[in-house]
Ligand binder design. Structure first.
Ligand SMILES: CC(C)(COP(=O)(O)OP(=O)(O)OC[C@H]1O[C@@H](n2cnc3c(N)ncnc32)[C@H](O)[C@@H]1OP(=O)(O)O)[C@@H](O)C(=O)NCCC(=O)NCCS
Length: 348
């Protein structure tokens, strides 16, 4: 099947080259699809869209499908720029509801397959939310398979058990002698950057991931540029466990809040290095980041987090804090050969 649909125009865009008036309709279309996937979503501002879609660490291409009245769909392609995961191409497709079932996503899949062939990548990977039934139908139709399910959990901040959190924080030093916790706002201090990069590597190495995926090569320099970009669009609070003996970070819990959305705190990461587990450090850092947020980010209504279905220790902490399942996000994969077979079946 050719990457075209009658009445629609597919073109590549370079986001930094577009001025705000050119980008705004694209951001509006993207926000509509985002809101369909995520209940309670607050729209990304044009500035945030620029920041998050040009984050360092990936090679990316963006395509927009335009109909008579403006953007109707998008295709985003990316892969890590550090040589890891050489067989994967990450694909994100969104089609506005009034333009669905016309073969637009199929055409965009064709465009993704062409890029994968050019790049020598053999697997297309994407995300699916169970809040969008059409996505499940599409995934089934093209023959993709789910590789990992993640709970998206939420708690109302007013329901947080502050006494429980204060107790976790108070008990921390007794249950973990030889460790301390420091809470950082924004960028990590220079002397912790390499240690923090090691934690990100450990996090990606140990987190449930689809089979065959590998962590990126985190370094202090990359972490600084990646986080620096993120901090243009969001604030961050990071509670870091320090092992007193070595002075090295041994775990962390991080909360974020987008500049244009003060309703929601999101947990980006909570992790304890396996060498330091079993001392209730996870509870201590989790409590420390939340208690700081209650002090400096008043007025928010929700706190949200994502956890793999299999991550029982993290789910136990989150359930104790009152987090409840909101929706499921799944990683899905499709071999490029299988995608081509599907495209051939549609064009026959
Ligand atoms: C999933 C999505 C991208 C599909 O876009 P689309 O342009 O409507 O898809 P296509 O027209 O190319 O559909 C291809 C095939 O998928 C299946 N399909 C797609 N939507 C379907 C639905 N609502 N019900 C049943 N089957 C469906 C059909 O088999 C269809 O072929 P057919 O129309 O010839 O029967 C669109 O619904 C969307 O943008 N959803 C929100 C964003 C999202 O979840 N993206 C992630 C997708 S993994």
């Amino acid at each position: 099947m050719s990457a075209s649909v009658t009445g629609y125009d597919i073109r590549e865009i370079v986001i930094p080259d577009l001025d705000d008036s050119q980008l705004e309709p694209i951001v509006a279309a993207s926000n509509r699809i985002r809101a369909e996937r995520r209940p309670r979503a607050v729209d990304l501002s044009t500035q945030e869209y620029r920041i998050f879609t040009t984050s360092p660490g990936s090679v990316r291409w963006h395509y927009v499908v335009s109909g008579e009245h403006g953007p109707a769909a998008y295709l985003n392609l990316r892969y890590p720029d550090d040589g890891t995961n050489p067989s994967l191409l990450q694909v994100s497709i969104g089609v506005l509801p009034e333009h669905r079932r016309k073969g637009i996503a199929t055409a965009l899949l064709g465009r993704a397959v062409r890029s994968a062939r050019e790049l020598g990548r053999i697997t297309l990977a994407g995300e699916m939310f169970d809040t969008v039934p059409a996505a499940a139908s599409f995934v089934e139709a093209i023959g993709a398979r789910k590789t990992l399910d993640l709970h998206h959990n939420v708690v109302e901040i007013a329901d947080l058990d502050l006494e429980l959190l204060q107790r976790w924080q108070r008990e921390g030093p007794d249950r973990a002698p030889g460790y301390s916790v420091t809470v950082v706002e924004g960028m990590y201090p220079d002397d912790l950057l390499e240690g923090m990069a090691h934690l990100y590597l450990v996090l990606e190495r140990d987190a449930p991931m689809p089979e065959g995926w590998e962590p990126r090569n985190w370094t202090g320099g990359f972490l600084e540029s990646w986080l620096g970009n993120f901090l243009k669009g969001a604030e961050l609070i990071t509670a870091i466990v320090i092992e007193d003996r070595s002075g090295a970070p041994a775990g962390m819990s991080q909360l974020g809040r987008r500049h244009s959305d003060d309703t929601t705190w999101f947990v980006t990461t909570t992790m304890v290095d396996p060498d330091h587990r079993g001392r209730a450090l996870g509870k201590w850092v989790k409590a420390a980041s939340c208690l700081r947020a209650t002090e400096i980010w008043p007025g928010a209504k929700w706190m949200e987090t994502g956890n793999a279905f299999t991550n029982e220790p993290m789910l136990a902490i989150n359930h104790a804090m009152g987090f409840r399942h909101e929706f499921t996000m799944s990683e899905v994969e499709l071999g490029v050969d299988d995608a081509e077979a599907y495209l051939a079946s549609k064009s026959g």
